[in-house]
Design a protein around this ligand. Structure first.
Ligand code: ADP
Length: 162
């Protein structure tokens, strides 16, 4: 067992949901250190800025001591190389996630053959949950309190863009 093993959980997290936090806490039990790496993609329209997503994620994971929040732009394999990691964590909700995730995992391995992707399944109650669904419910004034961490709930409630 490598005690310095770092697992990286990449994603856009726009915004973080309880499904993401479920995956992060499961990963934090398995790996000595987990870095949640928030993607900075200028070509993608985000509801929340990178800074806001980082802040919400920090507030939502503050009780998990071996979890750290970071951000990156460019290729995930380059980011992994920079921080000395070869393990990627991704969440699998349903069969519909599988094809895209399978393709990404094998592409990352094509770019760097050392990369391993580990898939974790959330608790059943989160298998229907996605950031886009939370955004939609918020826009339509539905109740999304049970779907996101408190810090995200407050931020979404106060979001003037919704
Ligand atoms: P991306 O833009 O990279 O897909 P997301 O923030 O949507 O970023 O998701 C990041 C990761 O979290 C992905 O592996 C996704 O499958 C997983 N994920 C998203 N929602 C959930 C959920 N409710 N339960 C478990 N995993 C999830």
């Amino acid at each position: 067992m490598n005690n310095n093993l770092i697992a990286v959980y990449p994603g856009s997290f726009d915004p973080p949901t309880n499904g993401h936090i479920d995956i992060i806490s499961r990963a934090s039990v398995i790996f000595p250190k987990v870095i949640v790496a928030i993607t900075h993609n200028q070509n993608k329209e985000h509801l929340f800025s990178l800074e806001e997503r980082v802040e919400m994620m920090e507030q939502s994971t503050s009780s998990l001591k071996n979890v750290q929040i970071d951000s990156f732009s460019g290729l995930l394999v380059d980011y992994l190389d920079n921080i000395g990691s070869f393990v990627v964590v991704r969440g699998l909700r349903a069969l519909s996630d599988f094809e895209y995730e399978f393709q990404m995992a094998l592409m990352n391995r094509t770019l760097n053959r050392k990369i391993e992707t580990v898939f974790l399944m959330p608790a059943q109650e989160y298998t229907f949950l996605s950031s886009s669904m939370v955004r939609e419910i918020a826009v339509l004034n539905g109740d999304f309190k049970k779907l996101v961490p408190d810090a995200v709930y407050k931020k979404l409630k106060n979001n003037k863009r919704i």
